[in-house]
Design a protein. Structure first.
Lengths: 314, 549
C-alpha cells in the first residue's frame, strides 16, 4: 500500500464472498441505481443478473448496455479479456466492478485490479451472509476458504441482516470483526445501497450540491456519516501516511487532494478504503480548486473532525 | 483381394478371461472375426478367402493400448516448446535427456539458443527450482540479449522471461510493476500474473499454424506410445469450436492410427443457456458431430479441486505441510447441482480430483446422488486420484465408482511431495492402486499428457512398481498387481471410457486394434515393463509400425 499508483487509471472494485452472500443482489442494485457513475460490471453468470428489461439499451453477446450508461459484461473464460473489452469502451467507464467467483480468493481477483494495464485497485468488498456465514466457516469443504475471503477484505458487509434477530446479528458482527481484524464490518439490508461507500465517488468534492449519502436509505438509521475535512496547510507526507494507517476502522472511505511539502511535494490524491490506502501525484491538468479537502465517510457518530484534521498536522 | 487377414503371433494376449492366450487373430473390415489358433479358426478360414500375415510371428499382440485421459490441446501448445525437465522425455522426434541441475539447465539453454534462427523466440518448458535452482531475467539475459526467451515452469503456473522478451511483448511495465504476482526485476509472472504475460503471448502460442504443428506432434506422440485410443479429457480449454476445428484438420486423417474419445467439460449453463436442461441438451448434442476418429459420447468432465502438479490440491486435515491452501475449481454447491443434473440425465461423470478433500467432494456427491436416484453401472469416475484414504476407497466400492489414476505422480512427484507438500505418509500413498484392486474398484491409469509421458507401458510400470525417479520405492502395499496394471491400459481403460464392447480386449466383433510388443509383458519381470520395445500398432486392421528414432 502507499505506492504511487497513477490516478488516471480506471478504479476497480472487487465484490467477493462465498456463494449466496448476496453479490448478485448487490450488483443488480448497483446497475439500477442512479449514482451517476458509468459502471462496467463484470459478472460470472449473466443468467443470475436480473436487469429490468426497460433499462436495457442493447444486448450484444457478452455485453449488456444499459440506458444509464452502465454496462454489464460476462467474464466468460478470462477475466483479463473481459477487462480489455470494457476498457476499450468509448467513453471509458468511470469505474469497473468485478464480481468474484464464489470460490475465488479475493486477493487473486484484486491482483487484476492492481496490475492489469489501464486499471488500479479501489477496494475489495467481501460480503457475508449473516444467516449462514458462521456455519459455512465450519464447513469441511469451504470453511477455510470462507474465512480466508473475509481476511482479504478492505470492507466486510454483512448481508441479509433483516433475516436474523438483533441478538443474532450482534453475535455475527462480533464474529466477523474477530475474523477479519482491521476491516470495518458494515450491515446491509436489501435495497439499501450505499454507492458512495461501494464506489469511488467522493461526490461532495466534485459535486458539492449532491445530497448526503444516507438521505435515500429508507426508514432505517443512516448507515454512515460523511464529513469534509479541510486543511489549509501544506502537509508532511510521512505524517499523512501515518494518519491513514492509524485512523480507526470506523473510517470507511477517504478521498481528497492534499499538497505536500518537500522534494516530492505538490498536489496528491489521497485515498483510503477500509484498511487499504494510496497516495499518488495528481495527474497533469488536474483541477486544484478542492485542494486541502478530504471527504471522509464513516460509521455513524464516529467521525471526529477535529481529531482527524489534527492527526494530519501534528 | 482376400476377405480376411489373419495375423499370427508368437503370443496373443487377449485380456479376455475366457480365452486369455491365443496365437492368431482373424480380421475383416477393421474388426476381429475370431481369435484362436489357425486350427480352431478352420470353419472361418474354409468358408472365406484369407491371407496369413506373419509379420508378428516373433511378437506379442496385445489389445491396442488406451490412455483415457490426455490433453491434446494443451500438448499442442507445449510440444513446439523445448523441454528442459529434470526427468528425460523420449519424444518421437527427439530423445531428451534429463536436465538434472542448474549447470545442465544453463548448458541446455545455451545449446537451444545456438540452434535457433536469429530472432525466433525460444520457449522452454520444464524449469523447476528444486532441480535447476532459481532463474531470473538476468540469468536469461546471459543466454541471449536479443532473442525473446520464455522459460515455462514445470508446474505450468509461472514463467520467467528475459529483457528481449519483455520488449517483444510490448508490456505495460508500469502496470506489470504494480501487479502483486509479477516480479519484473526477476522477469517472473506467476499465478494470476501469468495472465498479464499471456495477454501478449497467447496470440503467438495459439496461432493456427503453430497450434496445428503442435497437434501434429501430439499425433506422433500418441502413436509412439503405442496407443490406438485416447481420451481427450476436457475439450475446450482454449475455445471449444476452435479446438474442434484444429482436431478435425490434424487428427482426422487416413494415416492417423488412433481414435480420440472427446469429453466436454460440463460446468453448467453457459452463454444464453438459462437452465440445466438446456446445458444438458447441449452436451447430449455433441455426438451428432462425430467423425470416424473423433467421437463424443455420454461422458462428461467435471472439476473438483486444483491441479496436482500445480500443488493446488484441496486436503483434509492436517492439510499442506506449510499451511498453504489449494483451491476449488468448482464451488462445492455448484458442483453438486451440476452433477445432479448430469446424473439425472443418465450421463457418465468424470471428476478431476487431486487431494483427499477433492475426492471427498466427489465421493459425498456420488453418495448423495445414489441415495436420491440410484443408478447401476453409472461409471462415475475419479480422475487423477492423487491423495486419498483407504476408507474413501471402500466407500467408492460401495457406490460403484471407477477410477482413472495418474500413477506417474509416484515416479516424479512423491519424493518432492514428501519433502515439501504433504509429508512422507501421504506422499508414499499417492495414487493408491493396491487398495483399489483389493476393494474391487476398477481402475485405469493415465498420463494426463503433457503432465506425464504418453507411454502406457511406463504408466503400467509405475503402477506395478511404485519406483521414483531416484530409485526409491514408495508404498509397496499400493502397488497394482502386474495383471491389474496391464488391465489399467487395456480392458479397464476401455471400461472407463465406456467402450468396453468395442475395444480393450481381443475377441470376435471388436475393433482390430493391436499394440505389438517385442516381448510378452506377462513373461518379463514387472520392473522391465517399461523397457519392452514396441514394434508399432494395428489400427482397425491396418499396420502402423513405429519408425525407430
Amino acid at each position: 500500500m502507499g505506492t504511487d499508483t497513477p490516478q488516471d487509471l480506471v478504479p476497480v472494485t472487487v465484490i467477493a464472498g462465498y456463494l449466496g452472500a448476496g453479490k448478485t443482489t448487490l450488483i443488480n442494485e448497483l446497475l439500477a441505481h442512479d449514482h451517476g457513475r458509468r459502471l462496467a460490471v463484470l459478472v460470472n453468470d449473466f443468467g443470475a443478473v436480473n436487469i429490468d428489461a426497460t433499462l436495457i439499451a442493447d444486448h450484444n453477446g457478452q455485453t449488456i448496455s444499459l440506458k444509464n450508461g452502465c454496462v454489464c459484461c460476462s467474464i466468460a473464460d478470462e477475466l483479463g479479456d473481459a477487462l480489455d473489452r470494457v476498457l476499450a469502451l468509448e467513453p471509458a467507464p468511470d469505474q469497473i466492478v468485478i464480481e468474484a467467483s464464489g470460490v475465488a480468493d479475493p486477493a487473486n481477483v484484486a491482483a487484476y485490479g492492481q496490475g492489469w494495464p489501464g486499471c488500479r485497485l479501489d477496494a475489495v468488498v467481501v460480503l457475508a451472509d449473516t444467516e449462514t456465514v458462521q456455519a459455512k466457516s465450519r464447513d469441511q469443504f469451504v470453511g477455510e476458504l470462507v474465512v480466508r475471503q473475509l481476511r482479504r477484505a478492505d470492507i466486510v458487509m454483512a448481508t441479509k441482516c433483516d433475516l436474523v434477530t438483533e441478538a443474532g446479528l450482534a453475535a455475527v458482527m462480533d464474529w466477523l470483526a474477530a475474523t477479519a481484524p482491521g476491516a470495518p464490518v458494515l450491515t446491509r439490508r436489501a435495497g439499501q445501497l450505499e454507492p458512495e461507500l461501494l464506489l469511488e465517488t467522493a461526490q461532495s468534492i466534485y459535486r458539492p450540491s449532491r445530497q448526503q449519502p444516507h438521505a435515500d436509505n429508507g426508514p432505517d438509521e443512516p448507515a454512515f456519516d460523511s464529513a469534509v475535512i479541510e486543511v489549509d496547510n501544506t502537509l508532511d507526507r510521512d505524517r499523512v501516511e501515518a494518519a491513514l494507517q492509524d485512523w480507526p476502522d470506523s473510517v470507511l472511505r477517504v478521498k481528497g487532494i492534499l499538497r505536500f511539502n518537500g522534494a516530492a511535494g505538490g498536489l496528491h490524491i489521497v485515498q483510503r478504503v477500509g484498511r487499504r490506502w494510496n497516495i499518488a501525484p495528481a495527474p497533469n491538468g488536474f483541477d486544484p480548486s478542492h485542494t486541502g479537502k478530504l471527504v471522509v465517510i464513516g460509521l455513524p457518530g464516529t467521525l471526529h473532525r477535529r481529531y482527524l484534521a489534527s492527526s494530519l498536522l501534528n | 483381394m482376400a476377405d480376411m487377414t489373419v495375423f499370427v503371433a508368437r503370443t496373443v494376449r487377449t485380456m479376455e478371461p475366457s480365452l486369455p492366450v491365443a496365437e492368431a487373430v482373424a480380421v475383416r473390415d477393421g474388426r476381429i472375426v475370431e481369435v484362436g489358433t489357425l486350427d480352431t479358426m478352420r470353419p472361418w478360414l474354409e468358408s472365406h478367402s484369407h491371407e496369413i500375415d506373419d509379420t508378428f510371428k516373433d511378437h506379442c499382440i496385445m489389445p491396442g493400448f488406451i490412455d483415457p485421459h490426455l490433453h491434446p490441446s494443451m500438448a499442442a501448445i507445449l510440444l513446439p516448446m523445448h523441454f528442459t525437465t529434470a526427468v528425460g522425455w523420449d519424444l518421437p522426434w527427439e530423445d531428451i535427456g534429463p536436465v538434472h541441475d542448474s549447470e545442465q539447465f544453463r548448458a541446455r539453454m545455451v545449446s537451444l539458443d545456438t540452434g535457433l534462427a536469429p530472432g525466433e523466440p525460444l520457449f522452454t518448458f520444464g524449469h523447476h527450482p528444486i532441480w535447476h535452482g532459481p532463474i531470473d531475467r538476468s540469468a536469461l539475459n546471459q543466454i541471449s540479449t536479443t532473442r525473446p526467451i520464455v522459460a515455462w515452469h514445470r508446474g505450468y503456473h509461472s514463467i520467467t522471461v528475459n529483457d528481449a522478451c519483455l520488449r517483444w511483448m510490448d508490456l505495460d511495465t508500469a502496470a506489470a510493476g504494480r501487479h502483486p504476482q509479477v516480479d519484473l526485476d526477476a522477469g517472473k509472472f506467476f499465478e494470476t500474473g501469468l495472465s498479464v504475460a499471456l495477454r501478449h503471448l497467447r496470440g503467438y502460442l495459439l496461432e493456427t499454424e503453430r497450434f496445428r504443428a503442435g497437434l501434429d506432434r501430439m499425433r506422433q506422440v500418441i502413436h509412439h506410445g503405442g496407443h490406438t485410443t485416447i481420451g481427450d479429457a476436457a475439450l475446450g480449454f482454449y475455445g471449444f469450436e476452435q479446438e474442434w476445428d484444429h482436431l478435425q484438420a490434424v487428427m482426422e486423417q487416413p494415416d492417423t492410427p488412433f481414435r480420440i474419445q472427446l469429453m466436454p467439460f460440463a460446468m453448467g449453463p453457459e452463454g444464453d443457456e438459462r437452465t440445466d436442461d438446456e446445458f444438458v441438451e447441449r452436451v447430449l448434442s455433441y455426438p451428432s458431430r462425430n467423425t470416424h476418429r473423433l467421437r463424443f459420447s455420454d461422458h462428461v468432465k467435471m472439476f473438483a479441486d486444483g491441479g496436482f502438479f500445480a500443488e493446488l490440491l484441496m486436503l483434509k486435515p492436517p492439510g499442506h505441510l506449510d499451511g498453504r491452501h489449494g483451491e476449488w475449481m468448482t464451488p462445492p454447491e455448484r458442483f453438486e447441482a451440476v452433477a445432479r443434473a448430469l446424473w439425472n440425465a443418465g450421463l457418465k461423470i468424470h471428476v478431476h480430483c487431486s487431494g483427499d478433500l477433492g475426492v471427498e467432494l466427489a465421493l459425498s456427491t456420488l453418495e448423495k446422488l445414489q441415495w436420491e436416484r440410484p443408478r447401476f453401472d453409472h461409471r462415475f469416475t475419479f480422475e487423477h486420484f492423487g491423495i486419498s484414504s483407504t476408507q474413501q476407497v471402500d466407500r467408492m466400492a460401495a457406490v460403484g465408482a471407477v477410477a482413472s489414476v495418474n500413477a506417474y505422480y509416484v515416479y516424479e512427484l512423491s519424493e518432492a511431495f514428501a519433502a515439501r507438500v504433504v509429508g512422507y505418509e501421504r506422499a508414499s500413498q499417492i495414487s493408491r492402486l493396491g487398495s483399489l484392486e483389493r476393494a474391487g474398484v476398477r481402475f485405469a491409469v493415465h498420463s494426463d499428457f503433457p503432465m506425464a509421458p504418453a507411454k502406457p507401458l511406463n504408466n503400467a510400470w509405475v503402477a506395478a512398481n511404485r519406483l521414483t525417479e531416484s530409485g526409491a520405492v514408495m508404498g509397496t502395499t499400493e502397488r497394482a498387481s502386474l495383471d491389474a496394471a496391464i488391465k489399467a491400459i487395456t480392458t479397464n481403460a476401455a471400461y472407463v471410457l465406456g467402450l468396453e464392447d468395442e475395444i480393450g480386449s481381443l475377441r470376435w466383433g471388436k475393433r482390430a486394434d493391436f499394440t505389438v510388443l517385442e516381448a510378452d509383458p506377462y513373461e518379463v519381470a514387472a520392473e522391465a515393463l517399461r523397457d519392452i520395445p514396441i514394434w508399432g500398432t494395428v489400427f482397425e486392421g491396418q499396420k502402423f509400425p513405429i519408425a525407430s528414432t
